[in-house]
Structures are given as structure tokens and as C-alpha cells.
Design a protein around this ligand. Structure first.
Ligand SMILES: NC(=O)c1ccc[n+]([C@@H]2O[C@H](COP(=O)([O-])OP(=O)(O)OC[C@H]3O[C@@H](n4cnc5c(N)ncnc54)[C@H](OP(=O)(O)O)[C@@H]3O)[C@@H](O)[C@H]2O)c1
Length: 268
């Protein structure tokens, strides 16, 4: 992706102080976009991402908001639009896990994950779409009126024992994304998901930190390497750019082949 592909566009990335969101925010900045770095707990980390984007020559702004709270999401969008006039790209990335055996899973664990991973994406996508419809296409920026990228997971299709709340939230993201895409296409708003496989970030340290854990994980990845936030960031820049203009309602699996049923290489 050439530098400057997103010049002048304004992006908001939720959960951008860490992991995949941080990687996406930095890459959008390098491609020329101004970036809102949304965070919830660590202002220091968010400010560090802002400084790095600015050092690379673009503008950035840290805004605290809990994506599961309607009033906070609306206030974040107002702050961004007051600062930069509008929004062109939303990456609804913030996500959490609260794992438990199914019979032990509390309603609180279930609800918390659904609230952040699914309702949070609904609230952010709705605010972005409202602004895209109000403003319409700005031809000098993009041939689309706006782009929404939902951060889903391979677990939108792979069932995941011990993570029923998480898998349900990502399965929900898939049909939410497709339904929004179907509804908004006539307004020239593109809506897609990225479905990462195993990406080394703080959310899944246990899965890749020790050599034994990494070896077990690699059995599930035909391409035989753990993914990096940069792998997802490159896909996000492409989905945000006019290079992917005819793509809407798609879930792009960036997973080293994790969804290719690797157990069937020898079995079956
Ligand atoms: N890593 C993987 O292998 C993988 C695979 C598939 C999908 N994903 C998805 O990728 C996304 C990013 O995950 P990650 O791996 O980068 O994990 P991460 O490093 O833990 O990042 C999650 C981000 O979400 C933020 N967040 C959590 N609750 C929030 C809320 N209520 N409001 C606003 N922000 C909130 C976190 O902020 P704090 O740091 O302040 O808590 C953090 O910045 C998630 O949607 C996850 O489901 C990850």
C-alpha cells in the first residue's frame, strides 16, 4: 500500500492503545489518515500511539470512551467531528474475553463480552453510518461515502469451547456486518469485517508466550507462524482504501489458514 493512499481521510479506531487496534491505527496514519485513538483504561498508551502517528507525519487524537456505553460513544463521535469536521473510516476493533466452562459461565461474563464485542460495534457503526449519510461522498477523498471495518475473528465460524460468549459475539458481528452492508450499500457505504486467526497480542498471551503453548498453537495454523498486528493492519488499510471499492459485506480471513480445517491434513 503506497504512502498517502488515505491522505486527508479521518479514521477512528476503537481499542487503539493496544494490540491489533494499535497496529491498525499506526498503519492508517502511515497511509496518510488522521486517526482517533480510542482507549478505555490507559491514557498513557493511547498518547504514545498518538505521538507515534504524529512523528510519522499525520495527525492523531486520543479519546477515552467505553464502546459499550451509548452516551460515551456519541460524545466521542461529537468530539472527533468537532475537531476534524467528519469521519471517513471506522475500525470497530475493541474486544474482550471472559472465558469460562459453559456450565460455570456467569450472566455477568456473558453480558460483558456481548456488550463490548457486539453492542459496542453496533453503537460505533451506527454513529459512523449516520455521519456518512449526512455528509455523502467527498470525491477528492474517496469514491465511497464511508468505510466501516468490523474486527471479527475466526471464531465467527469456528466454535470455541470455553469461550461461548466470545464466539457468540463474533458470530453476531458477522450477520450484523452483512446486514448493515446490505442496508447501506445504496448510500455507497462499504461495510466489511476482518477475521483474524491467532495474532500475538495481550488478549491471548497464554496461547503463544511459552514454547510449548506456541507449538500447540502452530498445529492449528497451516502457514505455521503466529500472526502479527501488522498482518491485520495491512488488510485494514486496503479495506479502507478505494483499492477495495467493489468489496462490501465480506469477512476477510487473515488467519494463516486456520479456517482450513488443519486436522484434516492427516485425518478425515
Ligand atoms: N489477538 C488475536 O489473536 C485476535 C484474534 C481474533 C480476533 N481478535 C479481535 O481483535 C480485537 C483486538 O484484540 P487484541 O488481540 O488487539 O487484544 P488487546 O490487545 O487486548 O486489545 C483490545 C483493545 O480493546 C480495548 N477495549 C476493551 N474494552 C473496551 C471498551 N469497553 N471500550 C473501548 N475499548 C475497549 C482494550 O482497551 P484496554 O487495553 O484499555 O483494556 C484494548 O485496547 C478484538 O476485537 C479481538 O476479539 C483478536
Amino acid at each position: 500500500m503506497s504512502k498517502g493512499e488515505l491522505t486527508g481521510q479521518r479514521a477512528l479506531v476503537t481499542g487503539a492503545n493496544s494490540g491489533i487496534g494499535k497496529g491498525v491505527a499506526l498503519a492508517l496514519g502511515k497511509a496518510g489518515a488522521k486517526v482517533v485513538v480510542n482507549y478505555i483504561s490507559s491514557e498513557e498508551d493511547a498518547n504514545a500511539v498518538v505521538e507515534e502517528i504524529k512523528a510519522n507525519g499525520s495527525d492523531a487524537l486520543a479519546i477515552r470512551a467505553d464502546v459499550s456505553q451509548e452516551d460515551q460513544v456519541q460524545a466521542m463521535f461529537r468530539q472527533m467531528i468537532d475537531a476534524w469536521g467528519s469521519i471517513d473510516i471506522l475500525v470497530a476493533n475493541a474486544g474482550v474475553q471472559r472465558d469460562a466452562d459453559f456450565t460455570e459461565m456467569t450472566l455477568k461474563q456473558w453480558q460483558f463480552v456481548i456488550d463490548v464485542n457486539l453492542t459496542g460495534q453496533f453503537l460505533c457503526a451506527r454513529e459512523a453510518a449516520r455521519e456518512f449519510v449526512r455528509r455523502g461522498i467527498v470525491p477528492e477523498l474517496s469514491c465511497s461515502a464511508g468505510k466501516i471495518i468490523c474486527m471479527s475473528s475466526v471464531h465467527e465460524v469456528i466454535p470455541w469451547a470455553g469461550h461461548v460468549n466470545y464466539a457468540a459475539s463474533k458470530g453476531g458481528v458477522n450477520l450484523m456486518m452483512q446486514s448493515i452492508a446490505q442496508e447501506m450499500a445504496e448510500k455507497k457505504i462499504r461495510v466489511n469485517s476482518i477475521s483474524p486467526g491467532a495474532i500475538a497480542t495481550p488478549i491471548n498471551t497464554d496461547a503463544w508466550e511459552t514454547p510449548q503453548a506456541r507449538e500447540e498453537l502452530l498445529k492449528l495454523i497451516p502457514y505455521h507462524r503466529v500472526g502479527l498486528p501488522e498482518d491485520i493492519a495491512k488488510a485494514a488499510v486496503w479495506l479502507a482504501s478505494d483499492a477495495s471499492d467493489y468489496i462490501t459485506g465480506t469477512s476477510l480471513f487473515v488467519d494463516g489458514g486456520m479456517t482450513l480445517y488443519p486436522g484434516f491434513r492427516e485425518g478425515g
